[in-house]
Write a protein that binds this ligand. Structure first.
Ligand SMILES: [Zn+2]
Length: 466
């Protein structure tokens, strides 16, 4: 095997071809395991030889990192966490000893914004950036993107690698790219104007952004289904695209289909978890690009298909700053599904629906915010936004209040009057109890109460910490 792989930069399949790489995408899973093992053997040998961090990190492991014999041996390597990266980058600024290439060979610098701690720095080499483009083009081909499409990237162009990853895939595939951006004052109104004028066929952003775009369009007298020309949308950054009711709402609003995508910025090519043209929610795991294991959140041991756990990701063809067995902190369930696309990858059947860190436990039940979103969006009076207020109840029990907007048409009087809405509130409460198995408090708010976002919605208000 030649490692790292080199891809011919000018290849694209014929428009009617289903797969970018039929061989890799429809491989019998046992053959794929052999293919992945061969890639990981090179990848781990490479980091062990070139990264001072991994040399230290693998000092006492029970296997030989320079000569892995099986995926089971691979699974005995320690799991890497965000804390490990932060600590390493503080001690050896700015990249930590992850880089494995000369600093002058860094082609792109990205990072995380550090809203939850010290920012994390990513140095990406040119060869890696080309492979990221290749991987994203291949996955977007599976999502239905073709050369005659125009892709509007409606997400902020900054440190955030999501927008750039979305762009480079569309560029490599040969589609027309429209790097519109987002986040500046008045930019969503301009997005409505531009989408009406140039009629892009594809949109990339967050599910929250798509809903905000539709709301803004309607306020401007523009019909998102009639006046835009979106054929499909691909999303990352939020669970929404795999939340059934949110999914349906976006599809019906724009008259298009949608594809859920995304692992983590650190793991770019982050599209390695992605739906296809046919999958109705959930994401295939394109294992030969980034290898995903599912582990138990407590024991950290590998889980078989069918189980819920925490995805752990490994690069298989990265020479700059490779991440091996990186802990995502997300919650998902994986299984084999019989997708009409014919790909033989395992699938995160309901997408990524929670975080280990913000797991809400109400009366002994795990409650996922995405489940609450699904219920609310299925209710006709729901006004579009909600917040979850978490407080510490008696003992270690969490107390959860769902604050939900209701549409103006739900109350007949001119004024928003909670007393007149009692029957609506009771129905919201009953539907939530039926879906999540426990009672939670519900407060109704007038539509427009909560701020809309052009990026990722922050819906949890956590008052549990002092
Ligand atoms: Zn599929």
């Amino acid at each position: 095997m030649n490692w790292p792989p080199q891809y011919p930069g000018d290849f694209t399949p014929k428009p009617d071809q289903k797969y970018w790489s039929p061989e890799l995408e429809t491989m019998p899973p046992s053959d794929r395991d052999r293919h992945i093992l061969a890639k990981l053997q090179h990848q781990v040998h490479y980091v062990f030889r070139n990264s001072g961090f991994y040399q230290e990190f693998y000092k006492d492991v029970p296997v030989d990192p320079a000569n892995l014999k099986s995926l089971e041996e691979f699974a005995q390597l320690p799991i890497l966490t965000k804390e490990d990266i932060r600590r390493e980058q503080v001690e050896h600024p700015p990249y930590g000893r992850f880089l494995c290439i000369e600093p002058e060979d860094i082609f792109r610098l990205h990072g995380t914004s550090g809203t939850t701690g010290r920012p994390t720095v990513f140095g990406i080499g040119k060869d890696d950036w080309d492979r990221i483009g290749e991987a994203h083009a291949r996955i977007l081909w599976g999502a239905g993107l073709r050369r005659d499409d125009t892709v509007m990237v409606a997400a902020v162009f900054s440190l955030y690698v999501g927008s750039w990853g979305a762009l480079v895939g569309a560029e490599r595939l040969g589609a027309t790219s429209f790097p519109f951006g987002s986040g500046a004052p008045g930019q969503t109104e301009r997005a409505v104007e531009w989408a009406t004028m140039v009629k892009p066929t594809v949109l990339y952003g967050t599910p929250s952004y798509a809903l905000y775009l539709a709301e803004t369009a309607r306020q401007m007298g523009v019909d998102p289904k009639e006046d835009f020309g979106f054929r499909f949308m691909y999303f990352s950054g939020e669970p929404g695209a795999s939340v059934p009711a949110t999914r349906r709402l976006i599809e019906e609003t724009f008259g298009c289909y949608i594809v859920d995508q995304g692992t983590m910025a650190e793991m770019t090519p982050w599209m390695s978890a992605s739906g296809c043209r046919h999958l109705d929610g959930g994401m295939h795991l394109w294992q030969d690009i980034v290898y995903t294991e599912m582990v138990d959140p407590h024991s950290k041991l590998n889980l078989p298909l069918g189980e819920e756990g925490v995805p752990v990701y490994s690069h298989t063809e990265r020479t700059s700053q490779p991440m091996i067995r990186y802990w995502s902190g997300d919650i998902a369930r994986w299984d084999m599904v019989d997708c009409p696309c014919g790909r033989t990858y395992p699938t995160l059947v309901a997408g990524i629906y929670g975080r280990v860190d913000d797991m809400i436990i109400v009366r002994g039940q795990n409650v996922f915010p995405s489940r609450i979103e699904d219920v609310l969006r299925g209710l006709v009076e729901f006004g579009g936004e909600f917040r979850l207020v978490l407080e510490r109840g008696t003992g270690q029990m969490d107390r959860l209040t769902v604050q939900a907007e209701v549409l103006n048409k739900a109350f007949t009087s001119q004024e928003f009057d909670p007393a007149a809405l009692e029957s609506v509130r009771e129905r919201f409460t009953a539907e939530l109890r039926r879906a999540i198995g426990v009672s939670v408090a519900v407060e109704l708010k007038p539509a427009g109460e909560f701020e809309r976002t052009q990026f990722k919605a922050r819906r949890i208000i956590d008052l549990r910490k002092p």
